[in-house]
Each structure stands twice: as C-alpha cells, then as structure tokens.
Design a protein around this ligand. Structure first.
Ligand SMILES: Cc1cc2nc3c(=O)[nH]c(=O)nc-3n(C[C@H](O)[C@H](O)[C@H](O)COP(=O)(O)OP(=O)(O)OC[C@H]3O[C@@H](n4cnc5c(N)ncnc54)[C@H](O)[C@@H]3O)c2cc1C
Length: 428
C-alpha cells in the first residue's frame, strides 16, 4: 500500500486526503493548528455560548468540485441548498429588493429575474442585460489586461449599475475592489455562475458551524478509510535527495516512511517549508482581508436567511436566528481600526439599513482575517503554480495554486482533487 503525507487540513488538504484514502492509499494528514478547517472553521464563543464561524462562507451551485467532495464525505445534509436563485438586497432606506429567478426554463428564468431587478432603472437594466447576453460570446483571453472596473466601463455599465449589482457580486466573489481585480477571473466566474444551467447560480449555506458542517464529516471519512489525522503538528522542513522528498521534519518528529507528499499549506507557509521550489522566485501574492462581525440582539426582526446591502461598506448580513453575521469584504483599510471604531462603522450602516438601535444590541464579536484571500490581480493570473513540482513525489494544492479560480473553497477543493488525481493516475 502506497503512503501519502498530506500537509495542511483546510479544504484542499481534506479533499486530497479524502480522495486518496478512498482510492486505497495510506494517508497521514499533518495539521499545524489544533483544529481542522484552515481558513474556514467554527468555534464556540465563550461569552454567548453560540457556535460561530471565523467568517461566514457561502458556496454556489457552480462549486462542482466542492459539491462532489461534500457528497463523498457524506455531508450533504449539513448544507442548505436554494432551489432557485434568490437574493434579497437592502437599500440605505431599508427598502427590500429581490433578485429572484423566475419559474421558467433556463436561461429565461435568470434573464427575467435580472430584468426584474428593481434596484436599477429600466434603461440601466437594458444595459445590464446586454452584457449578460454577450457573456457566452466573450473571448475571455481579451480581458487579461483589464481590471473588472476597466471592463465594466468598456461595457457601458455606469455607476448606478456597478453599485447596485456588479460591485456586490465582484467584491463578494473576489474579495477585491473592482479597480484591482482581474476582469478575466471575473468573466470566468460569471460564465460558471450564469451559463452552466439552472442550479449554478443558486446559493448554498452551511446549516451548522463550519467545523460541524464539513470538517467532522471529512475527518471521520478519512479515519474510516484507515487514514491518520495528526493535529498540532507543524511541518518545519523537508529534506531532498535525488529529486525527491525523502524526509519531513515536523515540530514533533522526523518522518521518512512515505511515497508521496501533498502540501496544501498557504503560499506564505510553503515558502518556509520548502524554499527550494523554483516557481517561488518570480511569484508573490498579496492578500485581502475579510472582517466578520457577529452581533447578538435582544430580538430578531429579520425574516430572510441573508441580505446583500447596496452601496454600503457592509456587504452581506446573515441571519442565524440567535445572532447576525456581518461580512465586510475587501476590508484591508477597515481592519486597521480599533474594535470600537469598527463597531461604530458597522452600527451606523445597520442603523440605516435595518433600523436597529444601540439598545437592541446585547453583544458583538469582531473577527479580523488579514490574509483571508489572495488578490486575483491580472499580474498573478498566469503565474500560479501547477500541482506537479520539480520534485517527483511532491505535489502542491491550495486555493492559490493554478485552478484558474479566485481564492475560494471551490479553488481549494479543486486543487486538492487534482493533486490527489496526479498521484492516483501516476500508478495506473
Ligand atoms: C473570513 C473568510 C471568509 C471567506 N468566505 C468565503 C466564501 O464565502 N466562499 C468561498 O468560497 N471562500 C471563502 N473564503 C475563502 C476560503 O476560506 C479559502 O479559499 C479556503 O478555505 C482555502 O482553503 P485551503 O485549504 O487552500 O487553505 P487553508 O484553509 O489556509 O488551509 C491550509 C492549512 O494548512 C495549515 N498549515 C499551514 N502551515 C502548516 C505547516 N507548516 N504544517 C502543517 N500545516 C500547516 C494551516 O493551519 C491550515 O489549516 C473565505 C475566507 C475567509 C478567511
């Protein structure tokens, strides 16, 4: 039986470990922290007793690899699947505006839904729809030198349309301002969301805390297949001989009884473990923060599961019954402020958008994720490394590797599946 060491227990590492153990490999997963999940996990908040996520995560119907992984580990029942696209937007005068697909065959369901989106005027909706109708015919290669902003201007998407729709979608998906994000990456995800059938544009949310929703199922699947998961064991370095990894040194021991290694750690971590990798010399990533604010209120007056806020620094509000979760994407500036200053910014938005008062708030918790996602700028697009490396038993995974996708769960899961497949296929 061939043995593979998987380094890192985020979505990418768990996926690689699940596929390999399912294919009869002996898998040992090494995770530096005391928990699985990497950048997507949950924990019990000590002051309120609620289970909260380090950051609300949303998935979409076009997360094909993620959906397959969730099915493989038997976690499908832990997620809420929309039957059709439905997003409720709020305006600063607390008006509710729906974006809802129509009960019509695809693609008319989406086109009618977009045409009925009352956050923009009829004449702007026509401009907006023109871009959607062009989407299947756009040669994305031609977008590689453009930012999302450049492209939207070129396509006559004025400020009103950008604020009411494109910015929310682009900043939500790419966690980067439209002036920095690559138009090519954005066009790839627009095609995935809107051109791949009925389900692709639907939203999928975890039913429980993230750890319960997928980490526990993944861990028990891997263990059932005789895999081993070691937490609180960081890989510190790897020894190379004859073009192969021959030894892994961790914070606890040295390991040399393996055939293959998959590293699924973030880019900033892999640089330390194996600085010899060639691609690193011309490659750098910069990061965007996400700010999450959990708020407990005396009374929950909201009906919907989540809301998008139009033209606000607060992008999304999720309703968890006992608390709300506020998501601020592209938050590099805001996270530098103190917790009190951040709370004031969030509060003044909520005061306008959902008319809450300070006296309604019981408590709040702010979570700052500085390196939440890498910035998908046009500069890094064609430089991301593939899973195969110059060392013939070392493969790399992680949302930042060359999946063509932005820094998302789907990119992480795809990278883990591809790295595992390289190993499985190499033996056939
Ligand atoms: C607040 C927030 C909100 C987000 N929202 C969304 C969303 O709504 N939708 C979406 O699709 N994506 C979202 N993302 C992005 C998503 O979480 C990531 O793309 C994904 O989790 C990355 O998974 P990964 O396995 O590639 O990396 P990671 O999750 O970073 O996992 C890497 C793992 O490697 C471990 N590690 C590091 N160094 C070592 C070492 N030396 N030895 C052993 N282990 C090591 C780390 O501890 C970590 O567990 C969000 C991210 C954040 C932070």
């Amino acid at each position: 039986m061939k043995k593979c060491i998987v380094i890192g227990g985020g979505f990418a590492g768990l996926t690689a470990a699940a596929y390999l153990s399912n294919s009869g490999f002996k898998v040992e997963l090494l995770e530096a922290s005391p928990k699985l999940g990497g950048r997507a996990y949950s924990f019990k908040d000590s002051s309120t007793g609620s289970t909260i996520d380090n950051g609300q995560h949303i998935m979409m119907g076009c997360y094909y690899d993620t959906l397959k992984f969730i099915k493989l580990i038997g976690a499908e029942d832990n997620f809420l699947f929309q039957k059709r696209l439905e997003i409720n937007f709020l305006t600063s005068d607390s008006k509710l505006i729906e974006l809802k697909s129509f009960p019509l065959p695809y693609p008319f369901n989406l086109l009618f839904g977009l045409m009925n989106f009352k956050a923009i005027s009829i004449s702007n909706r026509i401009r907006f729809l023109k871009l959607f109708l062009k989407l299947p015919f756009i040669n994305i290669e031609k977008l590689k030198e453009l930012t999302v902003y450049d492209w939207l201007i070129k396509e006559n998407q004025n400020e009103k349309i950008r604020e009411a729709f494109w910015e929310i979608l682009s900043v939500g998906a790419l966690n980067t301002s439209i002036k920095k994000a690559s138009a090519l990456t954005f066009a790839i995800i627009l095609k995935e969301i809107f051109l791949k059938g009925n389900k692709s544009a639907t939203i999928i949310l975890p039913k429980y805390g993230l750890s319960e929703s997928y980490c526990e199922s993944a861990a028990s699947f891997i263990r059932k297949k005789n895999g081993i998961i070691n937490l609180t064991e960081a890989v510190e370095r790897m020894a190379i001989s004859d073009g192969k990894i021959v030894e892994i040194e961790t914070s606890k021991r040295k390991i040399d009884d393996f055939d293959f290694v998959i590293s699924s750690v973030p880019f900033h971590a892999i640089k330390k473990i194996i600085p010899q990798l060639k691609y690193q010399k011309n490659f750098e990533l910069s990061y965007s923060a996400i700010l999450t604010v959990h708020i407990w209120l005396k009374e929950n007056m909201l009906k919907e599961k989540f809301y998008g806020l139009i033209n606000s620094p607060v992008h999304w509000l999720f309703n968890h019954d006992d608390h709300f979760t506020i998501v601020v994407s592209d938050a590099n500036d805001l996270i530098e402020k103190t917790k009190e200053e951040i709370f004031e910014v969030i509060y003044s938005e909520l005061e306008q958008f959902i008319k809450i008062k300070k006296s309604d708030i019981l408590s709040y918790k702010i979570i700052k994720e500085k390196r939440a996602t890498f910035i998908p700028s046009k500069e890094i697009l064609f430089n991301r490394p593939k899973s195969i490396t110059e060392f013939n038993n070392l493969f790399i995974a992680g949302d930042w590797t060359d999946t063509k996708l932005p820094s998302t769960i789907e990119s992480a899961v795809k990278s883990g599946r591809v790295a595992a497949a390289q190993i499985i296929n190499s033996l056939q």
